[in-house]
Every structure is written in structure tokens, then in C-alpha cells.
Design a protein around this ligand. Structure first.
Ligand code: ADP
Ligand code: MG
Length: 353
């Protein structure tokens, strides 16, 4: 098994550059998730690791092998796609063994590898079925099985759960986490879903427009984002942002109900800032009058209150438990100063206080 290293990796399609010099070190056995909005370059980067897209500049290593110009079949990777691409006329068992058969592996070896993948993925009851007689989740398990039998050093997943309905997606997410624990191989997993990223990853790589915005463990990105993009992308519902002014003693943020003393940064020389606060870190104060509750949504154990401040800025507040504040109510908001994030109004870089 092996880690994966990218050095100043660049991808151009003709004149158009879509990956802008990515440096990344994925350790042996790590579960690394590429996350970011549609079109940011996640699939392109993954396909470059797989060898399905040529790398325009830079180098890719798997373990200590330079694979940059290597054929996909030589790289020791196996990829699982969003569409399952199973052979419809073959049984589950034959679908899983087909690649090895084509490569001339002996029958007993194929049988034992398929049996092992069957056990790991709990596919015993379905071995003689054809894909048409399987649910979406079962089909995706078969395509993961096809990757397992190849015994790759690195597994590559490109949005493998996007075609499944919500319930199956949660179930398969847990399956994939279990698979990683059991096999222990290096995995790179692409998704636009920040919940999948948070729950699966050892390491998250947040991409935007072909550039890495930040790399880190899920909770490190949540607690300590480097910029407004990462702060807004990681966490659900998303972080609230209102405009603020930095003064000598703190920050004025009327959208969050007032000023916050002590939030000062000697390193910061601007004064227009974006002020961020997560919905789960704000509580409503029935005695206050800075905000109006426009709407609420109850999900059962938690509800969301959509507020408008006197200055016309909107924020979302999470309320725990099954009580919720009435729509139309006037409220104040309470938030711990150390739960507030500041970002430069222009560059959107984090201002650390
Ligand atoms: P993601 O997987 O994050 O949604 P992609 O990696 O598919 O994004 O695409 C990244 C960018 O590269 C997009 O702007 C896309 O339009 C562009 N792109 C992808 N494939 C090609 C191609 N074959 N030719 C030109 N541009 C492409
Ligand atoms: Mg994609």
C-alpha cells in the first residue's frame, strides 16, 4: 500500500487552465476527500491520479513510483464511478471477476478474490443475480467489489453515492467507512457533499476553481477555516455572514445584534470585515429586539429560525429541542465572542484575533 503525492500539478485543456498547480500529500492508508462546488476540478484531479487524464505539468507519485506518464493499468489504482457501468448480461459474480479473467488470472485465484470481496460487501445473497435485479445501492456495492478484487494500492471514488436516494446514501456512506477500516488502503473520494466529506475523511481537500483553498482534518476545517469560502462550505446549515466594522476596541456587527469587544487584530489594517457565526452557536434572546423571526423550520429534535436584523441582514439560528420561537416574534441574539469569525472584506482571508 502507498500514499499519493502531487507536486505542482497543472491541467490545461488547450488554452484553458482548470487545475492551477496543486501540491498535496496523501499518506498511506489515509481517506482523503476532495470536496468543492461543481466544476471546481475534483474529477479532473482524480482522473489525473488514475491516468485517465493526461497531466499537463507537474508530477504524481504513488508510493515511491513516478506514475505521471504511466498507463492507468500500471498505476495500481481502481476507480469507482457515479454510474455503476456493470455488464447487464453477467451475474454479480461474473461482473466482479471479469477484469481478472480478461487479464488471464487463474480461475482459483479469481474465485478466492471474488469470495473475499463478496464477504466484505455482504453480497452472498446476490451472486447469481444480474444487475437489473439489484437496487442502486447493491449495484454500487458490486462496482466497489470489482475494484476490491483488483487489490489496488489506491481506491479512487468519483461521487459514488450521487445516484442513490437519501436513505441509501447514508447506508452506503457507513459501508464505505467500514470498508476503509477493514481494507486499510489509501482512498481518494470526490464529492460535492460536505456532509460526506465531514463524515468519511481523515483529510479534506477543499477545492475552488482548480485551486486548493485548504487541507485539513474535518473538525480542524470546521473550527479553524482559513478563509470565508471554507467557512461557508464546511458546516450545515452554512455559517452566517454579516458585514462589520473593525474599531480600536472590537467589531461592530449590527446584523449580529451589536458590537463585540475584544475582537481586535493588530495585524489587520483594513476596517470593513465580514463577520461569521454558525447557526449552532447562536441562541435567541426573547428579551431582545434586534431581529425578527421571519420563518421557522422544524426537523424534529432541531429547528431553524430565519431572522432578519433591523439592518436588513438575514441569519439562520439553530434551536435545539422541540420548542421553537414563534414566527413574527421580535428577539435578540446571544453569541459567545470566541465563536465569531472575521474575514477581510475584500480578500475574504481569515483575520485571526
Ligand atoms: P468537478 O468534478 O469538480 O465538478 P471537473 O473536474 O469535471 O469538475 O471540471 C473542472 C473544469 O474543467 C470545469 O470547468 C470543466 O468545464 C472543465 N473541463 C472538464 N473536462 C473538460 C474537457 N474535456 N475539455 C475542456 N474543459 C473541461
Ligand atoms: Mg465531477
Amino acid at each position: 500500500m502507498s500514499g499519493v503525492t502531487l507536486n505542482n500539478v497543472i491541467k490545461r485543456y488547450g488554452e484553458v487552465q482548470v487545475i492551477h498547480g496543486v501540491d498535496l500529500d496523501i499518506k498511506d492508508g489515509e481517506f482523503c476527500v476532495f470536496v468543492g462546488p461543481s466544476g471546481c476540478g475534483k474529477s479532473t484531479l482524480l482522473r489525473m491520479v488514475a491516468g485517465l487524464e493526461e497531466t499537463t505539468e507537474g508530477a504524481i507519485h504513488i508510493g515511491d513510483r513516478d506514475v505521471t506518464r504511466m498507463d492507468p493499468s500500471q498505476r495500481g489504482v481502481a476507480m469507482v464511478f457515479q454510474t455503476y457501468a456493470l455488464y447487464p448480461h453477467m451475474t454479480v459474480k461474473d461482473n466482479m471477476g471479469f477484469g481478472l479473467k480478461m487479464n488471464g488470472h487463474p480461475k482459483p485465484e479469481i474465485e478466492s478474490k471474488v469470495a473475499e470481496a463478496t464477504r466484505i460487501l455482504k453480497l452472498e445473497p446476490y451472486l447469481d443475480r444480474k444487475p437489473a435485479a439489484l437496487s442502486g445501492g447493491q449495484r454500487q456495492r458490486v462496482s466497489i467489489g470489482r475494484a476490491i478484487v483488483r487489490g489496488p494500492e489506491v481506491f479512487l471514488f468519483d461521487e459514488p453515492l450521487s445516484n442513490l436516494d437519501a436513505e441509501l446514501r447514508v447506508e452506503m456512506r457507513v459501508e464505505i467507512a467500514r470498508l476503509h477500516k477493514e481494507i486499510g488502503a489509501t482512498m481518494i473520494y470526490v464529492t460535492h457533499d460536505q456532509v460526506e466529506a465531514m463524515t468519511l475523511a481523515d483529510k479534506i481537500v477543499v477545492l475552488r476553481l482548480g485551486v486548493i483553498e485548504q487541507v485539513g482534518a474535518p473538525m480542524d476545517l470546521y473550527r479553524d477555516p482559513d478563509n470565508k469560502f471554507v467557512a461557508g462550505f464546511i458546516g450545515s446549515p452554512a455559517m452566517n455572514f454579516v458585514s462589520g466594522t473593525m474599531t480600536a476596541s472590537g467589531v461592530d456587527a449590527p446584523g449580529l445584534g451589536g458590537s463585540f469587544d475584544g475582537l481586535v487584530s493588530s495585524a489587520y489594517d483594513g476596517n470593513t470585515v465580514s463577520v461569521g457565526a454558525r447557526p449552532e452557536h447562536i441562541t435567541l434572546d426573547p428579551a431582545g429586539d434586534s431581529h425578527t423571526v421571519e420563518m421557522t423550520e422544524s426537523l424534529g429534535g432541531v429547528s431553524y429560525a430565519y431572522l432578519t436584523s433591523a439592518t436588513g441582514e438575514r441569519i439562520v439560528v439553530e434551536e435545539r429541542g422541540d420548542e421553537r420561537t414563534a414566527e413574527g416574534a421580535t428577539v435578540g441574539i446571544l453569541i459567545d465572542t470566541n465563536r465569531i469569525f472575521l474575514f477581510d472584506g475584500q480578500t475574504e482571508k481569515r483575520i485571526r484575533t
